[in-house]
Ligand binder design. Structure first.
Ligand code: ATR
Length: 275
């Protein structure tokens, strides 16, 4: 039986084994999927050990996505753009890295929420790893604009500049501080990719970024709506948490490994009930 796992720290609460086991049952694929907690400082050795044991691949989550990118021998364009890998495939002597967070976000917005991104104006809040991971797949949907807003404006500018080498993208991308968003508001889609998720904090976004029909998506998820989701809903937005993105990024990993695309609706509602 082909073996896979998810590597992270902490990892005990990862939903990935449940999701991939459900995908395998649904598609009739024979595989096992476990959690893996590397000993301190031993991510690379842990991966080499998995390869030696004949594992076919691994998902990688916090805090190892950059380490995973560094040890892959081949990177997909979206993993290279993200600078981070969440899906490793062990193929012969090759270690192939991909990043399915961006496609997961895009599929959740387009397929699950039914919001097309082509020609739309997207506001991305945050300029850390979570934001960087989704920019290339967002741009691939041909939005009119992707505006990156960050507390530290220089980080947003550096991120926009990273993608500006391609002139098509430089037309679409802009970087702003939160106090500079009024002129561009409202947006069709607002994505919270900051780490100010379910704590007492939320990004200091002005209410004017939300209009009637704006989709506001928080990459975080939990039993209750985040402060960002509550604020967006109070100002007329349709809100969504990150659970759909979680399931969709898993579906994309499953597709990379198995060549079969699982249906995601049932597992998403199942996970929602268990939150
Ligand atoms: P991740 O990998 O989860 O993206 P990260 O790389 O540390 O984590 O990035 C965290 C992001 O959340 C950054 O964009 C950070 O803004 P700064 O670059 O200005 O630090 C943002 N962030 C964290 N807490 C925030 C808060 N309370 N308000 C606004 N932005 C916040």
């Amino acid at each position: 039986m082909d073996r896979y796992c998810v590597i992270g720290d902490p990892i005990a609460h990862s939903k990935s084994p449940h999701i991939h086991t459900a995908f395998a049952a649904q598609t009739g694929q024979q595989l096992s999927y476990e959690r893996c907690l590397p000993p301190a400082g031993q991510f690379v050795d842990t991966v080499r050990n998995l390869i030696a044991q004949g594992y076919k691949g691994a998902n990688v989550t916090m805090p190892f996505k950059l380490d995973a990118a560094a040890m892959c021998l081949t990177l997909s364009p979206r993993a290279r753009a993200a600078g981070a890998v969440n899906t490793m495939s062990f193929i012969g002597t090759d270690i192939v890295g991909d990043n399915t967070d961006g496609p997961g976000l895009v599929n959740d917005i387009v397929r699950n929420a039914g919001v097309q991104l082509a020609g739309k104006r997207v506001l991305l809040l945050g300029a850390g790893g979570a934001a960087r991971g989704v920019i290339l797949p967002l741009l691939g949907e041909q939005p009119q604009a992707v505006v990156i807003a960050n507390r530290t404006v220089a980080t947003a500018e550096a991120l926009a500049a990273q993608f500006a080498g391609d002139t098509a993208h430089s037309q679409q991308l802009a970087a702003r501080g939160y106090d500079q968003l009024g002129a561009d508001a409202p947006f069709d889609v607002v994505v919270n990719a900051t780490s100010a998720g379910f704590g007492a904090a939320m990004p200091p976004v002005p209410a004017s970024v939300f209009g009637p029909g704006t989709l506001a998506l928080d990459m975080m998820y939990g039993r209750d709506p985040s402060l960002f989701m509550q604020f967006a809903a109070q100002h007329g937005a349709n809100v969504r948490d990150g659970l759909g993105m979680l399931v969709e990024q898993a579906a994309e990993s499953f597709f990379i490994w198995r060549g079969v695309r699982p249906a995601t609706e049932t597992i998403l509602s199942d996970l929602r009930q268990k939150l």
